[in-house]
Design a binder for this molecule. Structure first.
Ligand code: ADP
Ligand code: ZN
Ligand code: ZN
Length: 804
């Protein structure tokens, strides 16, 4: 092929199409779609994806491709296709769709350069002239050491220079030098006899190969094991007895752990009934979506494992999605224990190099199973036999930046192509999925009982208003303290959940009520005890905690709200004898620390595990008999139509952490809204009734699953601009949608300003809207000039999870 169509790495409306390039003669055989290339684009060089190769182009005077990045395509034909689909579904740029499918380590890095624009070098300031004598492009890093940026800036203003970005190539592959023998063992043995006896070190090396009967060994190991020097190795290479090669190695984050091999368990009746249709679908190669609805401990994971076994038996591959925070070592062990080295793991705890290595194993077909968080849905398998989404209700399956996709939609799309099943598992399915299963769009598979027949732990709701009335001003109810003490005495363990979502520690003046806010965002700053800092979680602004109120100079300024740190301090006061492990973003920031803390807790080095949402899932410790929820209702006040659903899910989830084994469990839920139906029904594990109640509300308020949503968020530094643009959008939408479609707005966003930009939104609620995407595209096109030149942004989310 002579020409290639390339999607270039310039995410903008004008460049959101394929550009044609000439393929240089020597690469015409080699280049195929799905490979990355480096191409000239204007004055600079950028990375791009080849989506097509062809013998003719409608364009003439095409530039040639500058470099090939991959020798194996990093996107399969299916993924190229999927990228197009994502673009249409989420209204993102093509380049963003392709990039979302690759591990972060493969994103192109760009290097800033300067390019000469004037023909006469003398126009430039003298000190810059030498740099451009031979070249009209120079790396910025070469200049900025000696020339002040301000001088460069002046030249740019005068249009003598411009800033350009060039791709910076970097290799991600980790490699080692290996030493390989160039002769047979027999030949080596002969050689050994004839070798001059004074070349002791060299003899040691030869002997090492003979006595261990090996073909090759990493240089590093050889030097240690044969106690030799690189000089001696080199001498042998010079004599052509050995050769040196560079080999790719994987950084395997799990290599030094050994996994106990597990075997398939004999399934109970319920499990057998649930797995049968899944196995049928795998064996007979047809697509279906199953909703595996089963309480925690009902044996869902065992069903996943045995279904995957069938997939592997058929010579196919499986993707297992697990929410980021449930990707605990325990979870990984279950898959590695069953399938060993056939499993790759992708999650954010890995360094980008490790993630890349795991991804390479998939690409090279060295594994058949990938267990990972959201983006693992793009694993480049070509022979998919099943996709599993565990805890399908988790909101982290939706990506909150471009492309704003939901992993469930991608899973179903891919599974249709591969004619294979999708299994959605949950104890508390989303309303959308459960409604679909009631309409038989998804096939419902239920597991009603726990495998060990244990009933779910008993749940008590404690009204914290009562506690306050009776004079208890602490954040722990009397019952909770009693139960915690009991556990301490019996040597059992407890888990305490601080529901922190929608809740943070802010600083307020007790005299005048002034709350310290971020100067750039309309949101209060969060207090961090470490260094007495106040931080904005939206823009990163930091300032020192003031000693007096900036408004009224009162000294009674202090922080409110409950951080885990604060809870820990209070807890130590009430239960001084208890050993506590705290898990939150502060204590788990370091790589591997999450795992370490859990291991410590598992080894009973602590009595109480205190943490945020991250402790609600996946943990399975036999001696945990008490779960306490400190404040169950914090989420209910958020401007989020899923608030009740999320509260119900979280409470059910965390209750499942207690009494999973021999010892019976107990749950204490503290709340200021004890009568709220999501709390009441969660305490009875009554999903079915919750589903009915919540569906009724969604219907009344025209929310999903009765209506689809689209959310448009407009932002700009000037409020008048934001309002007028949003108004125009609303008007345009009104003209272009069906009668029964509802358009809400313009209204200010719940956080009306972030990073000095005002934010307005409008929401579309619709049932059928064939041309919505077309209409939204038109809106984007209409405002394109202002987006390009006036710093206007319009974000479109076609399945918004939050309204923030
Ligand atoms: P879930 O994923 O629904 O929470 P799991 O698959 O983790 O449930 O099962 C809970 C516990 O029961 C696990 O320890 C698992 O090993 C065990 N288990 C599952 N199925 C069986 C079975 N058929 N026989 C015996 N034990 C089982
Ligand atoms: Zn004040
Ligand atoms: Zn801010």
């Amino acid at each position: 092929m002579k020409y290639a169509s390339v999607i270039v790495d310039v995410p903008a409306k004008q460049t959101d199409r394929a550009f044609d390039y000439k393929i240089p003669e020597e690469w015409q055989e080699l280049l195929i779609p799905g490979m990355r290339v480096i191409v000239p684009f204007g004055p600079r060089k950028v990375q791009g994806f080849v989506i097509e190769t062809k013998d003719q182009s409608d364009w003439n005077r095409l530039k040639p491709i500058a470099e090939i990045v991959d020798l194996t395509p990093c996107l399969t034909p299916e993924l190229l296709e999927l990228g197009q689909w994502l673009t249409e579904k989420t209204l993102c740029f093509k380049i963003s769709a392709f990039q979302a499918m690759l591990p972060a380590a493969m994103k192109a890095k760009y290097e800033k350069g300067l390019r000469l624009l004037t023909d006469d070098l003398k126009n430039l300031t003298e000190i810059l002239q030498p740099y451009f004598q031979k070249n009209d492009q120079v790396k910025l890093t070469d200049i900025e050491q000696t020339v002040p940026l301000r001088i460069i800036q002046k030249e740019i203003e005068k249009s003598y220079l411009e800033v350009i970005y060039n791709v910076k190539q970097k290799t991600n592959k980790k490699t080692v030098k290996v030493i390989k023998r160039n002769q047979s063992i027999l030949q080596l043995t002969e050689l050994f006899k004839q070798f001059p006896a004074n070349a002791r070190k060299q003899l040691d090396i030869i002997n090492y190969f003979i006595s261990n009967q090996i073909n090759e060994i990493p240089l590093h190991d050889l030097l240690i094991e044969a106690n030799s020097s690189y000089a001696s190795v080199k001498a042998l290479i010079k004599k052509e007895i050995f050769v040196e090669e560079i080999k790719e190695v994987y950084r395997d984050p799990y290599q030094d752990r050994d996994f106990k091999k597990t075997n398939a368990l004999l399934l109970n009746n319920e499990q057998q009934q649930a797995i049968a249709p899944i196995l049928d679908s795998i064996r007979e190669t047809f697509h279906d979506v199953f909703l595996l609805y089963g309480v925690t401990g009902s044996g869902k994971t065992e069903i996943y494992l045995q279904s995957i076994e069938e997939v592997i038996r058929k010579g196919k591959e499986a993707i297992v999605l697990v929410p980021e925070i449930s990707l605990t070592p325990q979870m990984v062990n279950r898959f590695k224990g069953r399938f060993g080295a056939k499993v790759a793991v992708l999650h954010s705890g890995l360094s980008s190099g490790e993630k890349y290595d795991e991804w390479r194993k998939i690409q090279r077909k060295e594994v058949q199973v990938v267990v990972g968080a959201r983006s693992a849905i793009f694993a480049p398998f070509e022979n998919l036999g099943m996709i599993i989404i565990d805890e399908e209700h988790e909101s982290s399956y939706k990506q909150e930046e471009n492309p704003r996709y939901h992993a469930r939609d991608v899973a179903i799309y891919r599974a249709q192509i591969h004619k294979c099943p999708v299994v959605l598992g949950s104890a508390t399915p989303t309303l959308e999925s459960f409604a679909r299963s009631k309409k038989d769009v998804y096939k419902l598979l239920s597991l009603k009982e726990r495998v060990n027949k244990r009933s779910m732990p008993r749940v008590d709701i404690i009204d914290m208003r009562e506690e306050l009335r009776s004079g208890n001003r602490t954040m722990f109810s009397n019952v909770l303290i009693e139960k915690l003490t009991e556990r301490l005495e019996k040597g059992e363990q407890s888990v305490l959940l601080l529901n922190k979502r929608g809740y943070s520690s802010f600083v307020m003046c007790r005299d005048c009520g002034f709350v310290i806010q971020c100067p750039h965002c309309d949101i209060s700053l969060t207090y961090h005890r470490h260094g007495q800092q106040l931080k904005c979680h939206y823009c990163g602004h930091e300032e020192q905690m003031p000693n007096v109120c900036p408004e009224c100079q009162s000294e009674h300024i202090r922080f409110f709200g409950t951080g885990t740190q604060r809870v820990e301090e209070e807890l130590v006061k009430v239960l001084p004898q208890s050993r506590i492990i705290r898990m939150d973003v502060d204590t788990t920031g370091m790589k591997g620390s999450h795992e370490k803390l859990l291991t410590k807790f598992g080894q009973k080095e602590a009595d109480i595990l205190l943490g945020t949402q991250m402790i609600a899932k996946g943990l399975d410790f036999p001696d945990v008999t008490l779960v306490g929820v400190l404040t169950a209702d914090t989420m209910l006040n958020l401007p989020d139509f899923r608030a009740s659903e999320k509260t119900f899910q979280l409470l059910t989830q965390v209750s499942g952490r207690a009494g999973r084994h021999e010892l019976p469990g107990e749950v204490i839920i503290q709340t200021y809204a004890p009568e709220h139906y999501s709390i009441q029904l969660a305490s009875h594990y009554d999903y079915d009734l919750f589903f009915e109640r919540e569906m009724q509300l969604r219907k009344n308020h025209a929310y999903p699953p009765y209506y689809y949503l689209a959310l448009l968020t407009v932002s700009h530094p000037e409020i008048t601009k934001v309002v007028s643009v949003t108004e125009k959008i609303v008007q345009f939408l009104r003209w272009n949608v069906e009668n029964e479609t509802k358009i809400l707005g313009p209204v200010a966003c719940p956080i009306p300003r972030i990073k000095d930009r005002y934010r307005y939104q409008c929401m579309v609620k619709y049932k059928r809207e064939k041309n919505l995407n077309e209409t939204l595209r038109k809106i984007m096109e209409h405002f394109q000039p202002e987006i390009n030149s006036e710093d206007l942004t319009i974000a479109i989310d076609l399945s918004p999870n939050t309204m923030m």
